[in-house]
Design a protein around this ligand. Structure first.
Ligand code: GDP
Ligand code: IMO
Ligand code: MG
Length: 503
């Protein structure tokens, strides 16, 4: 990849020697310098029109577990920096490479490449024991973690947060959210309530940390005692912080500075989302959501990179839909097909092992995801799971159970969603294995027909199609990192996107 900054760097010694020559034949030196500036300017114009440097956001476009890690791992090859921006160890990200399976909860899914900078960003919440365990596992498997960095702005999940999470769920009895029990909501509640402990606090003067720990303890005491959770002492918390501070130290830094240095070096950034759009605290099926912004905006707030820096947003969606935990799910299947998707797709939570609820692809939901994330493309995963189905259904609209009114926009309230039934179009199955296909043209006509409609209704082009868990079991229709800046400008000036890359 050609970097503009390297061109400038290369020109620097020439420019200095020309400046030194100025008094010898001054006219020649002035002309030569002018020529050099024009050449550099010309290169800049060419470079900015043809830049290969792209910053790509990967988001889950359904209810999580869409295969974000597989897509992140695959695209990480073209990136210099991979950043996790939000969520915590509620995420379970599976990467499968040459038969080796890796399950990440906090470590970014770019970690399998030795030369990528992997950042756990400011918007995340960190259970230090989970992170340290993941680091140990990677090292034991022969992978270096020297390129891993943890933001000093990220928030710390304290041991009582996980206990509170479980106790709150138990107290909800029949109205459970079905959380992962990892203390995510209590940690984010303390963060937003300004009671939280940040990773950087571990290295602040002792008096500051003691004051913060005393404050967080005071603020949580009432709830802990109401839910009959053991209240830790200040010295328990101090000992916990002391123990983890030493172990985390080699990884902790101001990652905002690091990311912006990378941007200055014209390096490509890949933002790895966690959870999914319908689990986003603002845009999901509230209150059956997680506690962070899992949509594309969360990539910016969770990394310290502004929206103007983002070139593409790829929404990862399964070719069907799954959900783990409670909450409405219009296309959920309770029949043998739901069971088939669960078994063939091995739909069991990576973090909790819970079976995932399965259903047909929902294009009303997908279009909503395109809207709230500004998706520039889709990565469709797990299409191979549907190989044996006789027919495949695609939800094209919702219909009100009583009034029969049609809905094409995803409703903002779950009570409305609960009154709607899916309206389906039916497609013939392809009844053949897809896992070994590597070119779009080689896909069965029935598969292409299904994907074409899915893309039209989702209002975003399919850029990547995943036909199996392995890195190479992928069909790339358009490599996000190779979409040029000029193509992007053209798309914007024409207003509408190309309807589909698929014919
Ligand atoms: P994430 O949380 O979005 O990263 O997804 P998970 O890792 O929780 O779940 C996705 C599961 O599907 C993992 O077990 C992946 O190995 C697997 N997977 C990803 N893409 C494909 C695919 O195209 N086909 C099949 N059969 N499995 C896939
Ligand atoms: P990845 O990144 C699927 C769900 C939980 C629950 C709700 C709230 O692997 O896609 P929380 O513990 O966050 O307070 O739980 O969110 N949930 C996920 N579902 N994939 C995930 O992450 C999830 N992270 C949280 O099941 O319904
Ligand atoms: Mg997952």
């Amino acid at each position: 990849m050609i970097r503009f900054s390297s061109i400038v760097r290369l020109n620097q010694p020439v420019r200095v020697s020309l400046q030194k020559m100025r008094c010898e034949p001054p006219l020649f030196a002035a002309w030569a310098e002018l020529a050099l500036y024009s050449y550099t300017f010309g290169l800049r114009v060419w470079y900015e029109g043809n830049s290969l440097v792209t910053h790509v956001v990967i988001v889950g476009a359904q209810w999580g577990d869409e295969g974000k890690a597989k897509i992140t791992d695959m695209l990480a090859e073209s990136a210099d920096v991979v950043i996790r921006c939000q969520g915590g160890c509620n995420a379970g990200h599976t990467v499968s490479h040459q038969g080796n399976v890796f399950k990440f909860h906090l470590i970014p899914s770019g970690m399998l490449y030795p030369n990528k900078l992997c950042i756990i960003g400011p918007g995340t919440v960190i259970n230090p024991h989970v992170l340290l365990q993941e680091i140990d596992t990677m090292q034991a498997r022969g992978y270096s973690t020297a390129n891993l960095r943890l933001s000093d702005r990220a928030h710390l999940t304290l041991p009582f947060h996980a206990l509170l999470d479980k106790a709150r769920e138990n107290a909800l009895a029949g109205k459970k959210i079905g959380t992962t029990g990892r203390g995510i909501a209590p940690t984010y509640m303390d963060k937003v309530g300004r009671n939280g402990i940040r990773i950087g606090d571990l290295y602040a003067p002792q008096s500051f940390l003691t004051e913060r720990l005393t404050h967080t303890l005071e603020q949580n005491k009432a709830q802990l005692s109401a839910l009959a959770v053991d209240i830790p002492t200040l010295s328990d918390l101090q000992a916990f912080c002391k123990e983890i501070a030493e172990q985390l130290k080699p990884y902790v830094c101001d990652t905002v500075a690091l990311v912006h240095q990378a941007i200055k070096r014209d390096e490509s950034l890949l933002f790895e989302g966690a959870q999914g759009t319908l689990l986003d605290v603002d845009y999901g099926t509230y209150p059956f959501v997680t506690s962070s912004n899992a949509t594309a905006g969360g990539a910016c707030t969770g990394s310290g990179v502004g929206p103007s820096q983002i070139d593409q947003v790829i929404g990862v969606m399964k070719a069907y839909t799954t959900r783990v935990g409670e909450g409405p799910f219009p296309t959920e299947l309770h029949d043998h097909i739901g069971k088939h998707l669960l078994e063939v797709g091995q739909e069991f939570g990576t973090t909790t092992g819970r079976p995932r609820r399965c259903g047909w692809f929902d294009s009303v939901l997908a279009r909503y995801s395109t809207q709230v994330n500004g998706l520039t493309g889709l990565a469709i995963t797990k299409i191979d799971v549907m190989d044996d189905l006789d027919e495949i259904k695609l939800c094209v609209a919702y219909e009100h159970r009583e009034t029969k009114e049609r809905f094409h926009q995803f409703p903002s309230h779950i009570t409305t969603l609960a009154e709607l039934d899916p309206v389906y179009e039916t497609f013939p199955g392809w009844k053949q294995p897809l896992q070994n296909i590597r070119r779009y043209e080689d896909l069965p006509t029935e598969t292409r027909q299904y994907l074409k409609r899915l893309s039209e209704l989702s209002e975003a082009p399919v850029q990547i199609l995943s036909v199996g868990p392995e890195r190479d079991q992928t069909i790339i229709l358009e490599e996000p990192f190779q979409k040029t800046a000029s193509l992007k400008k053209k798309e914007h000036s024409h207003g509408a996107q190309e309807p589909s890359l698929i014919s």
